[in-house]
Write a new protein. Sequence first.
Length: 287
Amino acid sequence: MAKGRELKGRIKSVENTRKITRTMEMVATSKMKRAQDRVVAARPYAEALGGVIANLYSPELAERFPLLRQPERVQRAAVLLLTSNRGLAGAFNANLIKEARALLARLEREGVEAQVHVIGRKGIGYFRYVGRELATARTDITDRPTAQDAAELTDGLMRDFVAGTLDAVYVVYARFQSAISTPPTTAQVLPVAPPAAAAQGRDYILAPSADAILTELLPLYVRNSVYRALVETAAGEQGARRTAMKNATDNAGDMLTALRRTYNRARQAQITQEIAEIVGGAAALTG
């Protein structure tokens, strides 16, 4: 019954694995719901900020604000890649890294000097493995990012952009569309893109002035853009982990079914053999 004992050991191992993956699926589902709530809460604020800037924007104002400066040619750029600290999320981090690599390759083909800022152990581990120097490598941002985290990531980049040492800033993140759809996305956060078309027919009473309002709103808009990328990536991570763990749980169930069927057949064959031996021995004694 050596084969039977081996099968029983495998069945026990798969059962234990399935318990772990099922628990991780439940935890990821709970975290994803809270992360999704943060995504939904962040969107109206971002839309309101964008609407105010769109209605205040004018070419004359744009000339006076460095964050709206559109360079004639991008020579130096920063790429901010958002990944997770943990794995077991399917291809989530691999897709984000692939998106960042494609962006860096495009920038370098165009002769742009690109610096890389990476959030999350998975992204940091990859770029260190390939020998790429990182301008920023942070693992302290949790799956509950805050506005302060976004400010810490963007304020230095905004200072470099205003000083002219950067011509563009891109963020690579997972856009949360649904629990099963979190495509890797590249967004340009600097310079702040002028609106395609400002809403018409609105009269604003500006106090103290459009200049003073934009001075406060533009940095806030950039920070909020990165904050949204952080919360959407956090929600996308949990969604991807939930899907990966559900698939692992389902696969473990299928494997258990196959192992139990094999074990039962082996056990049945052994019993049949033992009965045959007993009958044969009895026949020999009576013969």
